[in-house]
Ligand binder design. Structure first.
Ligand SMILES: Nc1ncnc2c1ncn2[C@@H]1O[C@H](COP(=O)(O)OP(=O)(O)OP(=O)(O)O)[C@@H](O)[C@H]1O
Ligand SMILES: [Mg+2]
Length: 255
């Protein structure tokens, strides 16, 4: 069992974000323990992706703070923020791979462009090891349009992992996948966490999977975190939306 008594790796303090008159984040306080799987759930359009992007520094909050260990990201100068973001990896909703490059070039991209590695031998070796690790060895030369949806997702994860991040963010990694492939991706997240000791923060609509794999779960509703805790804590929540979500998700399973 992972020790969660240590200091959090990521913390947010009264995060606020609005788009026009629409309040998306209304004072979000989160504390993400180091080396855990932390899952964010909530209705579609409620602001989960906005929250993730705000933590990653891709969206600037109107107010509030984001911390990585004891560094405050929200007040960092641009160059420092760019450097800090190298410690994060992310695999987004639609894989976002470059169609014009083959698989190997896609995974090599952050090594060249972000880490500035130029040694071709080092890059080839890292890419090849990464493909082995995600159990898709030897497909460096495949084109992206030759891959299945599930393979694309795994390549997206490999591209994020090759940077050896401290935290890996997944925004709906299983959307659009069949249940078997979804399980493959969930197992990959669990391996990232267990074998590499990386903190994983993910957004998913798959409530049963979230309950199975997460150390902690947070529910976002109308700009606020309405329930947060271990899966057992969440199962005991009396919040109406949380109860509805769980009831519907688990009833579906019994059909
Ligand atoms: N850059 C932006 N400019 C204006 N509005 C935005 C922007 N990004 C997101 N929004 C709005 O913020 C709200 C929350 O969006 P977000 O993508 O975070 O939802 P979500 O919870 O991730 O939904 P889903 O589960 O469908 O992915 C939506 O109403 C969306 O239209
Ligand atoms: Mg989203």
């Amino acid at each position: 069992m992972i020790d969660h008594t240590g200091l959090p790796i990521i913390r947010t303090e009264r995060l606020q974000k609005r788009f026009g008159s629409q309040i998306i984040l209304d004072g979000i306080d989160l504390s993400i323990p180091d080396k855990c799987i932390y899952t964010l759930v909530g209705q579609s359009g409620t602001g989960k992706s906005v929250l993730l992007k705000t933590i990653l520094g891709m969206i600037k909050p109107d107010a509030g703070k984001v911390w990585l260990h004891d560094s405050e990201l929200t007040t960092m100068k641009h160059a420092e923020l760019i450097a800090t973001r190298k410690r994060f990896g992310y695999a987004f909703q639609y894989s976002a791979l470059f169609d014009s490059m083959d698989v190997g070039e896609n995974i090599a991209f952050p090594l060249r462009e972000v880490l500035g590695i130029t040694d071709k031998k080092v890059i080839t070796q890292k890419v090849s090891r990464m493909l082995e690790w995600i159990e898709l060895p030897g497909i460096e030369k495949k084109r992206i349009d030759e891959l299945s949806g599930g393979m694309k997702k795994r390549i997206g994860v490999a591209r994020a992992l090759v940077m050896q991040p401290e935290v890996l963010f997944f925004d709906e990694p299983t959307t659009g996948l069949d249940p078997v492939l979804s399980e493959t991706i969930h197992n990959l997240v669990i391996r990232v966490h267990k074998e590499l000791g990386i903190t994983c923060m993910l957004i998913t609509h798959d409530i049963p999977a979230a309950f199975k794999m997460s150390d902690r779960i947070a529910f976002l509703d109308k700009g606020k975190i309405v329930a947060e805790g271990t899966p057992q804590d969440i199962a005991a929540s009396e919040h109406e939306m949380v109860r509805d979500f769980i009831r519907i998700a688990f009833n579906k399973l019994e059909v």
